[in-house]
Design a protein around this ligand. Structure first.
Ligand SMILES: Cc1cc2nc3c(=O)[nH]c(=O)nc-3n(C[C@H](O)[C@H](O)[C@H](O)COP(=O)(O)OP(=O)(O)OC[C@H]3O[C@@H](n4cnc5c(N)ncnc54)[C@H](O)[C@@H]3O)c2cc1C
Length: 541
């Protein structure tokens, strides 16, 4: 077969990869190969905002990583689902639109501007990208844009449970916040979402679909990269396996941009000889560059649920099955309204339980059902209910991703160490205590039958610690496993231009690249990274 060559190759068609590939084609005029390991994103369950709840615990569109047993969680191993589909996380996520806060990015910038030619990562520099990608259906101001490719909307439907939650938290003294991406994160309110009129605005739809039929863009689905080809210190190609199982190779004259997500990107780098030298040798891999930071510094947002059963038919229980599902579908088809317009979560909050005026330490999500991941699924009766999850937004715990073997088909060993750092556990317990009070505050209290977990009669530190260990799960935001860092930082895998150190022609542009996790959900930041990387390659920064 003739040697296949492109201007650039993007490895992983997720949130960041779709944006990077689309920009390089549309704005740079480049010929780009996008290799995506997962499936097509065209499926009704992926399109409709609440479809995630049908998929979260079992679907071909998700890849389920199971952590190694976590000693500090009494040996528990928990799941980390990741998108296995074009659009990646943006095709399967709950669509909550968050960017984090200016201090997140100003802190990155302070770390990264070690040398004079470092890229600018300050809030002002990244805000341009967030605003430019955004088509907001309510807000237009210094912080929000319209006319961008990604549709950002208020929830099309709000369940009454979510409203009672928002009122109860106001009853606890928190202000109503009309925009969590506005001047202040603090308070309670309704999120905005990356969807509109009952249709998800994934990176695949918003960016790639505009280029359908464009001969400059080649998208290969179910095509899994196995390793990068590095010759004389330069990344020149990718070895990948197509849908039929045949191994193939593609080459580039330009750059390779790795965007396979924070759990697979480090695996791919290590299989290519880029990583901690001893670990690579243990697996018989020839070392191309000793980069000890690859796979280290894994950060994820820990999330712990509080679940109450309801004393009436409130929320979304049974709304996705049987005659109720048909009625909801019909309402949507005929009138474009109803529950199908909701991603299943509408309300949330950002609070600091110990110092209300300081930056929030806890994000909360209000989900008007009994909501658990599959490893804790059976531990609470499935009935009408409400789940409030608390998330530590700036966790200090750090984990790692290591190779299980040198076989590309094997999943990596993932150890996120959620809540291992004592400050994370303390913050989580304070968050739980704060929101337990919301269940006991009107108008929510009148609808609560029983707080099932945690036991409201036992809120001492020891019992809450055990509750957190039993139920902590990922908020689905793994990050920072091939992070940018200043010159001289031995654990920095990338420079501030997202270039892999010691190798030419290779960048990482997904959530692996971030020096620290942003306070809030990570999809919009991932897309911003793809957007910036494309600018860097096109020399437009
Ligand atoms: C269930 C769930 C709910 C979430 N909810 C929200 C939310 O409401 N709001 C929010 O902001 N964020 C949310 N997130 C997080 C957000 O979606 C992710 O942080 C974001 O998608 C990460 O983008 P990425 O580009 O780093 O990686 P991804 O989007 O994960 O992209 C990686 C891509 O690489 C592909 N891939 C993997 N291995 C290979 C390989 N070997 N070869 C080729 N391709 C490969 C994958 O299939 C995937 O498409 C959620 C995530 C999940 C999973």
């Amino acid at each position: 077969m003739a040697r296949e060559e492109f201007d650039h190759i993007v490895v992983g068609g997720g949130s960041s990869g779709c944006v990077a590939a689309a920009r390089l084609v549309a704005d740079g005029g480049h010929r780009v190969l996008l290799l995506e390991g997962g499936h097509s994103n065209r499926h009704p369950l992926l399109d409709m905002p609440p479809g995630i709840f049908k998929m979260i615990n079992g679907s071909k569109f998700m890849d389920y990583h199971t952590t190694v047993p976590q000693p500090h969680l009494n040996g528990r191993a928990h799941d980390i689902p990741q998108g296995n589909v074009l659009g990646g996380g943006s095709s399967v996520n709950a669509q909550v639109y968050m960017r984090g806060r200016p201090s997140d990015y100003n802190a990155w910038d302070a770390t990264l501007r070690g040398n004079n030619d470092g890229a600018d990562w300050s809030w002002d520099a990244v805000l341009k990208h967030f605003r430019g990608m955004e088509d907001n259906n309510r807000l237009l101001n210094d912080l929000h844009g319209t006319g961008g490719k990604m549709q950002v909307s208020d929830p099309g439907h709000i369940d009454q449970m979510s409203r009672w939650f928002v009122q109860a938290v106001q009853g606890l003294g928190e202000p109503f916040n009309p925009d969590f991406n506005g001047p202040s994160q603090r308070g309670v309110g309704f999120y905005q979402f990356m969807n509109r009129h009952g249709r998800r605005s994934s990176a695949a739809y918003a960016f790639l679909s505009l280029l359908e039929g464009d001969p400059r863009l080649t998208v290969r689905l179910q095509s899994r990269a196995e390793r990068l080809i590095i010759q004389k210190g330069r990344a020149v190609g990718v070895v990948w396996r197509d849908k039929s199982g045949t191994q193939r190779e593609s080459f580039t004259r330009g750059e390779i941009i790795v965007t396979s997500g924070a759990l697979i990107t480090p695996k791919l780098l290590m299989l290519s000889g880029l990583g901690p030298a001893d670990h690579l040798r243990d697996h018989g891999i020839t070392v191309a560059a000793d980069l000890p930071g690859v796979g280290q510094n894994l950060i994820d947002h820990p999330e712990v649920p509080m679940i109450a059963t309801a004393n009436g038919p409130y929320g979304y229980f049974k709304q996705g099955v049987g005659w109720r599902m048909l009625m909801n579908g019909l309402q949507f088809k005929l009138f474009g309204s109803g529950r199908i317009l909701s991603a299943g979560v509408e309300a949330g909050a950002f609070v600091n339980p110990t110092d209300p005026e300081a930056e929030p330490t806890i994000q909360a999500f209000c989900v008007p059902i009994v909501y658990l991941d599959r490893d804790t699924l059976t531990l609470v009766e499935n009935t009408y209910g409400l789940t409030v999850t608390t998330v530590v937004v700036k966790p200090k715990s750090r984990g790692e991703v290591r190779l299980r073997s040198a076989n590309p088909a094997d999943k990596p060993l993932v150890s996120p160490n959620l809540l291992k750092h004592p400050e994370d556990m303390a913050a989580m317990i304070a968050g739980q205590r704060f929101f337990i009070r919301a269940f006991q505050t009107e108008p929510l209290a009148a609808r609560v039958k029983r707080l099932a977990i945690p036991d409201p009669a036992k809120l001492d530190d020891a019992t809450l610690t055990e509750h957190c260990k039993r139920f902590v799960k990922t908020n689905y935001h793994p990050a920072s496993t091939a992070r940018m860092g200043a010159d001289g930082d031995p654990m920095a895998v990338l420079d501030s231009w997202m270039r892999v150190r010691c190798v030419e022609g290779l960048r990482v542009a997904d959530m692996s690249a971030v020096p620290d996790i942003n306070a809030g959900n990570t999809n919009a930041p991932a897309m911003m990274l793809g957007d910036r990387c494309a600018d860097f390659i096109m020399g437009r920064a």
